[in-house]
Ligand binder design. Structure first.
Ligand SMILES: Cc1ncc(COP(=O)(O)O)c(C=O)c1O
Length: 430
């Protein structure tokens, strides 16, 4: 494929932005390539600035569950735009989206909109600390919760450790309040609670960890976390920025029927525009300003144009059979991709609803340290092949892919064929 225009734009962008991008993974460094610049998208297809077409499984990293440029979402945005873009005062659109969510979600009674997932998580942690009066938080190795200081931490050596920051610019004092435990390990949680329970405000987890591969946990493990946090007066936060409205309207909480204390949302909730949110019981949300002492605010929070995009998107998600159909399409896609590729060959795919992960391993992977970094060479080779043949995914082997409502059986069959051929080459199965 010719990518002259993308290359020119990238060259200019490198003068303007760090690494030429406004979010690091977009720079294509994980796949040892250069980014392609996108001009437009429709349905499951995106077009780059050189006129090349790709079937897209990145879907803007998850928000576009209806595909690109969905007519209903677009109309709703345009209708809102007719009245202006932002007022910094309440609008009916906030009520509309808030009501749609709360009346169809058994797990939260009140919600607060923010402008990103990071902001939602940051606010949820403050709420957990403000409500409980405790300081420490526990997160899991392999879960990502946005770029806030306290959560950009790696585990040290040991079962449960105080985090060491994974980014420059984070004072040790911040990460000293963050404990890090491995996923799929009950003992680590018991130990953390034994050592720090009195000052542990909350445990935060992606109930379906989907930012470092797709590390699907057993329901029984999540139930264990719920039980032990309740018994020890520790709040449980489900970070559902990816899983919320993706694996079902009620997200993973609904799928597993587990009631966390606080839930965070992002991505799909804004229908492709910048929205995040956190929700909880009326009692816990009563701690948030102006009702309570936990301060949190935002100039563009509840922006009417973004609310309209979210509302139009979520209304579609509520249609009967929506999630079942997406899950079945994803299963079909995976079956086609892996056709003739037995797990013994060192590859399989993991699936949670319409989320999938290309896994260069024969076994189910449930923890960050079970991912073999050396196998990413296979992904790099595969990525170059699929991109050249018109399939776009997040440019890293640690990223998951998403199937949208707009992916037709033809789109899925065509892209699965490309992936299947590429995989057989990479795995030397011919
Ligand atoms: C689980 C989870 N939490 C938080 C975030 C941060 O959201 P945002 O990128 O909107 O700030 C992400 C983003 O990928 C996420 O996947």
């Amino acid at each position: 494929m010719i990518r002259t225009n993308s290359d020119k734009l990238y060259s200019k962008a490198k003068d303007l932005f760090p690494g030429g991008v406004n979010s690091p993974v977009r720079a294509f460094r994980s796949v040892k390539g250069d980014p392609i610049f996108i001009e437009k998208g429709n349905g499951a297809i995106i077009h780059d600035v050189d006129g090349n077409e790709y079937i897209d499984f990145c879907c803007s990293w998850g928000p576009l569950i209806l595909g690109h440029n969905h007519r209903g979402v677009r109309d709703s945005i345009v209708e809102a735009l007719d009245n202006g873009t932002s007022f910094g005062a309440p609008t009916a659109q906030e009520n509309q989206l808030g009501n749609l969510i709360i009346s169809n979600n058994r797990f939260i009674e009140k919600i607060r909109f923010t402008s990103s997932g990071t902001e939602a998580v940051m606010s949820a942690l403050r709420l957990a600390r403000g409500y409980s009066g405790k300081n420490k938080i526990l997160k899991f190795e392999g879960c990502y919760h946005g770029h806030m200081d306290a959560l950009l931490v790696n585990a040290g050596s040991g079962l449960v450790t105080l985090g060491t920051s994974s980014s420059a610019g984070i004072p040790e004092a911040y990460t000293n309040e963050t404990l890090v435990a491995p996923l799929n390990n009950k003992e680590a949680i018991e130990q953390a609670i034994a050592d720090h329970g009195d000052d542990l405000a909350c445990i935060i987890i992606e109930p379906i960890p989907a930012n470092n591969g797709l590390l699907i946990q057993d329901v029984e493990y999540l139930q264990f976390i719920r039980k032990i946090t309740k018994e020890n007066d520790i709040l449980l936060i489900f970070d559902e920025v990816i899983s919320g409205f993706r694996v079902g309207f009620e997200g993973a909480a609904g799928l597993y029927d587990i009631q966390p204390d606080i839930i965070t949302y992002g991505k799909i909730i804004g229908g492709g525009l910048p929205v995040g949110a956190y929700g909880a019981s009326k009692e816990i949300m009563g701690t948030v300003a102006p009702d309570g002492p936990v301060y949190q605010a935002g100039t563009l929070s509840g922006n009417p144009v973004a609310m309209s995009a979210g509302y139009a998107t979520l209304k579609e998600c509520l249609k009967p059979g929506f999630y079942k159909n997406l899950e079945e399409k994803t299963k079909f896609f995976i079956e086609q991709v892996t056709d003739g590729i037995p797990a013994e060959s060192g590859f399989h795919m993991q699936q949670a609803g319409s989320i999938f992960w290309l896994t260069f391993s024969s076994n189910r992977v449930m923890k960050a340290d079970e991912i073999d970094g050396g196998k990413m060479e296979f992904f790099i080779e595969l990525y170059s092949y699929i991109l050249e043949n018109g399939v776009y995914m997040g440019p890293s082997g640690y990223e998951v892919g998403f199937v949208s409502e707009a992916h037709s059986v033809e789109n899925l069959t065509q892209s699965a064929k490309i992936l299947n051929t590429g995989l057989k080459q990479v795995l030397d199965l011919h």
